[in-house]
Design a protein around this ligand. Structure first.
Ligand code: MN
Length: 310
């Protein structure tokens, strides 16, 4: 049975809030494989939305995948990366034990369109060293379809980028009338996000901005009614309870609390005032240099203890 997940609109924050369509996590589903977060945005006119201005903020226990369909984002992080995120190129940031980064759409950008995903790291590797990887996958073709496989293996294309759990991620364009049933891994679960167009996944209609979920062991048959632009993700179910709060993926409440304290200690002076970007202290999350943006303070924790979810 294919499950249809609707998005909810979430302001991304920053100086002027651009809105994203969030399809993961949600009440009925936290994860697809180790994919634990899926934000989809645009195409947005930057002169209307203000574009993307996300000041330095921390992460633990996850990898971020930035994949653009249009526009350019300038990425800076505390392992010294300064990269331009461009359409059709994977930018994978491993937070591990702690990283901080900023993301800003460049001045030349008029339209911004893409996705940002997070991958939860498995418990025994969630404290790995922070890192950044870039990969431009080839476009592979078949009858009525084009695809770029940026993580894992599908449609005869294999990404060399290593992951900590078995995963796949691909962008696909199908002509109207095309049916594509990619070879799948029997232990994987899959998600099909429709950027534009209209498809049926295993016979179930999936409209623009919806995410279809396919359980392990089922085929993934995609029939395009119209020209359709898709993101396909999948992976072996993580099988672990995680705690997701703000920008952190941990295993319990205390782990998230200590990450929050470590970040706030780096960005606050002795009176608890948030320092500006040039004055933050070095520490677990390092320092992002060159963006001249003030760091993002963590929100207050909820009164109740954070509950793990699977
Ligand atoms: Mn981030």
């Amino acid at each position: 049975m294919t499950e249809i997940l609707e998005h909810r609109d979430v302001p991304l924050g920053g100086l002027r809030a651009m809105t994203v369509r969030r399809t993961l996590p949600q009440r009925q589903r936290s994860l697809i494989g180790a994919w634990c977060f899926l934000d989809h945005y645009g195409p947005d006119r930057v002169d209307e939305t203000g574009g993307m201005v996300v000041s330095p903020h921390p992460h633990i226990g996850l990898q971020t995948v930035s994949w653009l369909f249009g526009g350019v984002i300038e990425h800076r992080d505390s392992v010294g990366t300064h990269a331009l995120v461009k359409p059709g190129e994977l930018n994978l940031m491993t937070a591990g034990r702690g990283i901080s980064h900023s993301e800003v759409s460049t001045d030349e950008v008029t339209v911004l369109h893409g996705v940002q995903l997070w991958v939860a790291l498995p418990a025994d590797q969630r404290d790995v060293e922070p890192a950044f990887t870039h990969y431009a996958p080839p476009v592979v073709h078949g009858p009525g379809w084009d695809a770029q496989v940026f993580l894992g293996s599908m449609l005869g294309s294999r990404s060399p980028v290593e992951t900590f759990t078995p995963l796949v991620g691909a962008e696909m364009i199908l002509d109207g009338g095309t049916t594509l049933t990619p070879e799948t891994e029997p232990e994987f679960e899959y998600g099909v996000l429709v950027d534009f167009g209209l498809v049926h996944v295993n016979g179930e209609e999936v409209k623009q901005h919806q995410l279809a979920y396919v359980a392990p062991g089922e085929r993934v048959e995609i029939e395009a009614a119209d020209l359709s632009h898709l993101l396909v993700i999948g992976g072996r179910p993580l099988g672990e309870d995680i705690v997701m709060w703000w920008n952190f993926v941990g295993r319990d409440h205390d782990e998230v609390v200590s990450a929050r304290e470590d970040w706030m200690a780096q960005i606050s002076d002795n009176n608890g005032t948030i320092r500006d970007s040039s004055e933050i202290y070095d520490g677990r999350f390092g320092i992002v240099t060159g963006d001249h943006l003030p760091p993002v303070p963590a929100p207050a924790l909820p009164n109740a203890r954070l509950k793990p979810r699977r």
